[in-house]
Design a binder for this molecule. Sequence first.
Ligand SMILES: Cc1cc2nc3c(=O)[nH]c(=O)nc-3n(C[C@H](O)[C@H](O)[C@H](O)COP(=O)(O)OP(=O)(O)OC[C@H]3O[C@@H](n4cnc5c(N)ncnc54)[C@H](O)[C@@H]3O)c2cc1C
Length: 482
Amino acid sequence: MRTAAHPRPADPLLDALRAIVGPAHAVPGEDAPGALVDILQRHTGRARAVVRPANAEEVATVVRLLAAERVPIVPQGGHTGLAGGGTPDASGTAVVLSLSRLDRIREIDLDNDTVTVEAGAILDTVREAAHAKGRWFPLSLPSGGSCTIGGNLATNAGGTQVVRFGNTRALTLGIEVVTAEGEIWNGLRGLRKDNAGYDLRDLYIGSEGTLGIVTAATIKLFPLPAAQQTALLKVSGIATVIALLRHARRGFGAALTGFEIVSAATWRLVAAKAPEYRLPFAPEDGDDLWYVLIEIADEESEAHGRERLEAVIGAALEAELADDAVVAESLAQREAFWAVREHGLGEAQKRDGWNAKHDVSLPISRIPDFVADTGAALRREFPGVRVFVHGHAGDGNLHYHVARPEGTGPDYWDAHERPLRALVHRAVTARGGSICAEHGVGQLKVHALPDSKPPLELALMRRIKAALDPNGLLNPGKVLAP
Ligand SMILES: Cc1cc2nc3c(=O)[nH]c(=O)nc-3n(C[C@H](O)[C@H](O)[C@H](O)COP(=O)(O)OP(=O)(O)OC[C@H]3O[C@@H](n4cnc5c(N)ncnc54)[C@H](O)[C@@H]3O)c2cc1C
């Protein structure tokens, strides 16, 4: 702690930032420790300052100041990102630019079925505001109570309803961006068709704060469904899970909004480490046993949705695509199913100790051989490791987590993390998959990216970065290695 005898040296940059945003909204980095470490406590950095502008104009003024001083900028939303993208590096030279005060819902246009919202608005708050107007905002993440719309756009977030609505990019019609030079580009068009030139919107979406700073977005809304129905199924064999997905797509059509899977090993871990989550099926032994959460949204009525769910699931049981099934009888039961999926799995793994998380996607047809071969290779090369898989199987997205062998300490990872990750990444790339399905590259995968993409693709990305951020000040060291 500093004492009056050792006052903090004055920083003229901090004074200049305070002149733009007000004294309370720009602080030295060390006074905002939460901004310097990621949610998984895997990446810790330092910052010269943390600044919280109130609107797009202030963001632009801050960016112009920092650009003139050649100060790196790390945009930050809810700081729930899982790839370390919003955490500054250890140099202490960067300024963290928090969008948290840009949290207004500017407009809900019921005829156009859109919401225009500022970047710092919390995802679940926007969902609730749309709901209050009789509209469905279908982006849904377990982190929805903390993550922001700007962060969702910057990471092109996925979540649990992609199977029907696509990821954030598919939902976004327009954006407002502050460029690396501090100009405000108002691309807030609520258009479903716009082929007037290059698609700048889609370039900024998913760029993780390395090309520009998102300050607002116009996003599609949908009619609220009459009813949502949820079921949990027990399925033997990952190949059968994929056959069940085909069956569900055919049976439910556009009504299918969720198809989530959890491996039996993960299920058993929840029972052992997080028993407060009540599991609808008792844990069982088995390496290739899966639990599948299916959700549908019916446009007609509760009774119609229920009938439809029971018919399609009944047919699945008859065709031996599932061993057992339970249908949620009430909202409380539905929420309990989702609580296991959204919170129980993470909680159990947290209590088990840090594990090597991989957020990968594959062509759905390649999921069975990826799961079988990668599990076998890991057990061969790294005896005793425990593999915990869950994910958005309807989108080909697996969260493939590898825990150290029982009885080893965290130092197990010193020698094993790098080769173990390389094995998983090779298995994904060899099958035409992606090593960054929905959480982004951030700093976590920045060095792995070159092995998973053709050199020309990386070169094109670098050209885009050089064109839009010529001084390399926007989130340096993220997505592309310096
Ligand atoms: C429990 C849990 C569950 C999760 N589940 C999912 C899931 O199902 N699907 C999924 O996709 N993700 C998931 N995530 C990851 C995370 O919530 C998402 O990536 C989310 O979109 C990040 O939003 P944020 O506001 O927290 O962004 P931050 O973490 O603050 O930032 C993420 C990245 O975006 C950049 N950024 C943030 N705001 C802006 C902006 N306005 N302009 C430009 N760049 C910006 C940052 O620099 C950083 O690179 C989960 C996280 C947790 C903790």
